[in-house]
Every structure is written in structure tokens, then in C-alpha cells.
Design a protein around this ligand. Structure first.
Ligand code: ARG
Length: 584
């Protein structure tokens, strides 16, 4: 299609010409509306342009004669033999309805990134689950993906933590639950360091500052305490990652960049990109952008006023922004990143807009694509941020425990006869899968209400439903004693005819388009909805088309559809980081 457009309109941007699955099967299987926009901007008659492009388009091998519809839509209908050919190639293991990219890129994904000495809470779950799924999708499509956990292991909190460690540490509590104890001492001391809090104590604040300076200047005792805090935190994070099946290629925390921060500030000052601003050093608007698009301006009381991006504080300290600039450079220079994806909550939008804009001024030529993939909050039943009954942040570890516990109840009520160890194993896969899916399904930018009952339901758009659909297909093979690996190609003379067969088969063909959309728009929810639709089409097929009892020939074609559906379900869930089971 793009070649045909190029032949008719050599100067057109053919990459924008897309053929998409048709929303309404009445009109065809695929559709393109791209010609109407091309015609409009050139003042051409759209139906005439469509006819000209069609004259250059040879898709006879794949499609019935293409139709021009409405104001210039092109509607494509797949030939049944083309459909069968694609299914057979998939059956033979040549593809699973997607192609690896011909132009692999190096993509760095910065996600999870919890802070040391603080327990990971549900806020971090979204970054971890979303980032992991994007990494899986982009890897499957053939890109070189580098995952990097940018943990918060440096900064002013360590002054307070060290004071707490030296004066109030409960060793036994630290042993039992290191993150909880570190959080306790942090809260204790930070309460005394905040002039707005009733417990404020100027001497503690001074001491915290002094301990921070000693840490930063390499004092061996403070360094050792700091390292111990990192070690304890990382091993707790690791436990969670293992449960979630998440792996990182690198864990380069903020401290890794510490020695490079001064050079970053010096260079930005020398180049005039950063300037002195009220004793601090900051990047300000250079006036090159419209105020509404300029992240260095903010609208206040009817006026646009400066919104500086501070890279060195008045006291000479560096901050989150400085570290992120150094990190960005490192990823370009050492990893040759073509694209960097940052997965954090929506509250950091301004930070990343300022970071990217600063970087563009610093390295205007760098071809890297920078993306902030942000997400909304998880809410409780009351519509407020999800908390425990006593108002604390919900710990990720406890949330996963509860998911497995509740899944065990579901499994036990369905299959009480399975041995407990088997039920526990199933519950782990179902419980963790349910939490992940509930997090990936909503549009990531909207807040969603956390509901155990909804996410663990065996019906509706949930992980257990999809996992169950998978086990049902597998049981067909068990029941018929058929080995899916030994299925031959279906006879070419037997086209699929039942509407439910066709609907299912055509949906399988769209798997690749969906994966690409996930990778391009950073939205795993497209895949969730695709899989849900796939499971629904499978049910309709299975209810209307006998499989094991079908006549020879037809039986093979239908078994093939079953097997391919199972494979796409399994592969799709895997991209979401969700495991499948043989029985539930
Ligand atoms: N540690 C940060 C937080 O918990 C997230 C870091 C995200 N990555 C980055 N390069 N800034 O909010």
C-alpha cells in the first residue's frame, strides 16, 4: 500500500499510510482511511486518488478485489486461502502472527526505581509491572532492550537516616524487617527535622546536615552505614522482583552518578544553558517555545513566570535533576541508546519535561527519543489513594501475600480435590497474575480503584479468565489425546467457513499489529483487550463448532485453531508478565 501511494504521490509521507483492522466486519477485514487526508491536503478528489492508488496496488495474492467506500476508504477482505496459508505457516512454527523488526533499536527502560530505606509500596508496583511489560513487548519485537533500575540511594534523606541509625536503631527489629525499621528511624528523625512539625528540634536538624556532609565527603563510618542500608534494601527489593518475575540488566542507583554531577553543572553553566538564579544554578526559559509549551514557565495570577529547573542548590548540593542529566548522558555514551523510556507516576511530568528540554538544548543533535511513560494512582473503594485501614501505605509484599491467599480460596472452591501444594502453586500464578493484569488493563493515565473481587473473578476481563481460557484449550487436547506439536497442516482445499471460525482466525492475524501498537504507544492495555477479545471469540467458536467430533479434515483445521489460540494467549500473557497453567 505504501509503495502504491509512493508511485502515485512521490512526495507523500508514505509511512503515515496505514492499513488497520476494520472495526466493523461488514466493511471488510482491514481498512485504510489514509488517502482522504492525503487528498484533502492536496485538494484532490479522494475517490479519484483511491482509484489511482488501487490501480497500482496488487494484493490479489492476499485479498478479494479491494473496494473503495464512502469518501475514499479502502476496504480489504482477506481471501480464505490466504488466511489458511497464514495459519499453516504459524502452525509450522514460521511465525506467531508477528514479525521481528527489521530495524532493531537500543531501548533503555528506566522503571521500578524505588528508594533505599523505604519499603516499596503500591505506587511502585505500577512502574514495575508496566515497565516490565514494555520491556517484554519490545524485546519480543526484536529490539535491544536494556532495563535499568534507577534506585534512590543518594540524597538528603541519608543525613536523617544516619542520625537515626546511630541514636535509635533497634537491631532486633532491623533483623526481623529491615525496611520497616529503617522507615521507622527515618520517620522519627525527619519528624524532628521539620520546622513545621511540633516535634521540631534544631539540634537534630544540624546533626542530620553534618552527618550528610560527612557521608558525602567519604567518612568511612557513615559510608559503611549507608552501604549497609543499600544492601538490606536491595535484598528486600530482590525478593519482590523474584516473586513478580522481574529482572533488571542494571541497577545503577543515583549514587552511581555522584562523581559526574559537578561536571554536568559546570558544562551547562559554561554553555550558558544554566544560569545563577537566586544563589542557585538553574535552567530557565530561553524564549524559544510558546509559553504554554515551555516547561520553564508557569502560569500564575494571569502571568507567565519563571519555573526554573534547579541543578545545583544554594548550599552547593546537587539534586534529582542533576543526577538525571548525568544519567541520560551515561546511557547515550555507554549504551548508545536510541530511545529512553522512563516509567513513573504522573506527578513527575514537569520534572521530565524540564529534563528533556534541558537535554535538547545541551545536545541538540542527539537523535535519541525520550519518553516519559506516566501513570495515575491506585485508589481505594472510597476514591482516595489506596491505603491500609490504619492509613498507611500498602506494602507491596503484603499485597502480594494477600493476592495469593485470596487466589487460594478461589482455587480451593473450584478444585477442592487437588493436593494443597498444587493448589498453592496455582494460587501463586493466579494471584500474582491478577494483580498485574488489574494494573495493566486500565488506561495507564487514569486512576483506578483497587478491587480484589473484580481482579480475581473468573469471568470478565481479568487474568484468571484468560488463564482459565488457556487451560480449557489445553484440556481439549488432553481429552482427545492429541499432541498439538504433532498436528499436521490442514488440507489446503478446506477453507474455514463457519463465521465463528473466521472471526477467530482473523483475530489471530492481528496479534502483531497489537504488539507493535503496545511498543509504539507504551500501552500494554491494548494487549489486554486484544487477549480478552481473543478468549471471547474462542468461546463463540467452541460453542458453535465441534472440534474433537468434527469430520476428518475439519477436525484438523479446528484443532489447529485451538492450538494457535492457546499459543497466542500464552505468548500474550507472557508479554504482560503473566504465567499460564495446564490446569486450574
Ligand atoms: N526514585 C524515584 C521515585 O521513587 C523514581 C526514579 C525514576 N527514574 C528517574 N530516572 N528519575 O520517585
Amino acid at each position: 500500500m505504501q509503495a502504491a501511494v509512493k508511485a502515485v504521490l512521490p512526495e507523500a509521507d508514505a509511512a503515515s499510510v496505514l492499513v488497520r483492522p476494520c472495526p466493523d466486519p461488514k466493511f471488510g477485514d482491514y481498512q485504510s482511511n489514509a488517502l482522504m487526508a492525503l487528498a484533502r491536503s492536496r485538494k484532490l478528489n479522494p475517490r479519484q486518488l483511491a482509484a489511482d492508488v488501487l490501480a497500482r496496488l496488487d494484493v490479489r495474492e492476499w485479498c478479494e478485489p479491494v473496494e473503495i467506500a464512502g469518501a475514499g476508504f479502502l476496504n480489504f477482505r482477506l481471501k480464505p486461502e490466504a488466511l489458511l496459508r497464514t495459519l499453516s505457516a504459524a502452525a509450522a512454527g514460521e511465525h506467531l502472527f508477528f514479525e521481528k523488526t527489521g530495524a532493531p533499536r537500543t531501548i533503555v527502560i528506566d522503571f521500578s526505581s524505588p528508594n533505599v530505606a523505604k519499603p516499596m509500596h503500591v505506587g511502585h508496583i505500577r512502574s514495575t509491572i508496566l515497565g516490565d511489560s514494555l520491556a517484554r513487548a519490545l524485546r519480543l519485537l526484536g529490539h535491544r532492550v536494556i532495563t535499568d533500575n534507577h534506585i534512590g540511594d543518594w540524597g538528603t534523606q541519608f543525613g536523617m537516616l544516619i542520625v537515626g541509625w546511630k541514636t535509635s536503631l533497634d537491631r532486633a527489629a532491623l533483623e526481623a524487617d529491615p525496611l520497616a525499621e529503617m522507615e521507622r528511624i527515618y520517620k522519627l528523625i525527619s519528624g524532628r527535622c521539620d520546622p513545621d512539625k511540633p516535634g521540631f528540634d534544631a539540634a537534630t536538624l544540624d546533626r542530620a546536615r553534618a552527618e550528610l556532609v560527612r557521608l558525602q565527603s567519604g567518612d568511612p563510618e557513615n559510608r559503611a552505614i549507608w552501604r549497609e542500608m543499600i544492601r538490606l534494601s536491595e535484598s528486600q527489593f530482590e525478593t519482590i522482583y523474584r516473586r513478580l518475575g522481574v529482572q533488571f540488566d542494571y541497577t545503577l542507583g543515583e549514587s552511581y552518578y555522584h562523581d559526574r554531577l559537578q561536571a554536568v553543572v559546570d558544562e551547562l553553566m559554561r554553555r550558558g544553558i544554566a544560569v545563577e538564579s537566586r544563589g542557585a544554578k538553574a535552567v530557565l526559559s530561553d524564549g524559544s517555545l510558546e509559553p504554554k509549551d515551555d516547561p520553564f514557565l508557569i502560569h500564575r495570577e494571569g502571568e507567565w513566570v519563571p519555573n526554573p529547573f534547579i541543578i545545583q542548590k544554594q548550599d552547593g548540593g546537587f539534586n534529582y535533576a542533576t543526577t538525571d542529566l548525568a544519567t541520560l548522558l551515561h546511557r547515550l555514551e555507554n549504551w548508545r541508546a536510541d530511545e529512553i523510556i522512563y516509567v513513573t507516576d504522573g506527578r513527575q511530568q514537569l520534572h521530565f519535561r524540564q529534563l528533556f528540554a534541558t537535554f535538547r538544548r545541551w545536545h541538540p543533535e542527539a537523535p535519541v527519543k525520550l519518553a516519559h511513560v506516566w501513570f495515575g494512582s491506585i485508589l481505594g473503594d472510597d476514591g482516595k489513594p489506596f491505603k491500609t485501614r490504619s492509613g498507611e501505605n500498602v506494602r507491596l509484599a503484603e499485597l502480594l501475600d494477600e493476592a495469593e491467599e485470596r487466589a487460594l480460596q478461589v482455587v480451593t472452591s473450584k478444585s477442592p480435590d487437588l493436593p494443597e501444594s498444587v493448589r498453592r502453586d496455582i494460587a501463586r500464578v493466579v494471584g500474582i497474575g491478577a494483580v498485574k493484569y488489574a494494573d495493566l488493563l486500565p488506561n495507564r493515565q487514569s486512576d483506578y480503584v483497587f478491587s480484589w473481587d473484580k481482579m480475581l473473578a473468573l469471568t470478565g476481563n481479568t487474568a484468571p479468565y484468560l488463564q482459565y481460557a488457556y487451560t480449557r484449550i489445553r484440556s481439549i487436547f488432553r481429552k482427545g489425546s492429541v499432541d498439538p506439536a504433532a498436528l499436521g497442516a490442514p488440507p489446503a482445499a478446506l477453507p474455514l467457513t463457519a463465521p465463528e471460525e473466521l472471526a477467530l482466525a482473523k483475530h489471530l492475524l492481528n496479534f502483531g499489529l497489537v504488539l507493535e501498537a503496545v511498543g509504539e504507544e507504551y500501552r500494554p492495555n491494548f494487549l489486554c483487550n486484544y487477549l480478552y477479545d481473543l478468549a471471547g471469540r474462542f468461546t463463540a467458536f467452541y460453542e458453535n463448532c465441534p472440534v474433537l467430533n468434527a469430520e476428518p479434515g475439519r477436525r484438523e483445521a479446528r484443532l489447529l485453531l485451538c492450538d494457535l489460540t492457546a499459543r497466542v494467549l500464552q505468548q500474550g500473557l507472557k508479554v504482560l508478565g503473566i504465567e499460564t497453567l495446564e490446569q486450574m
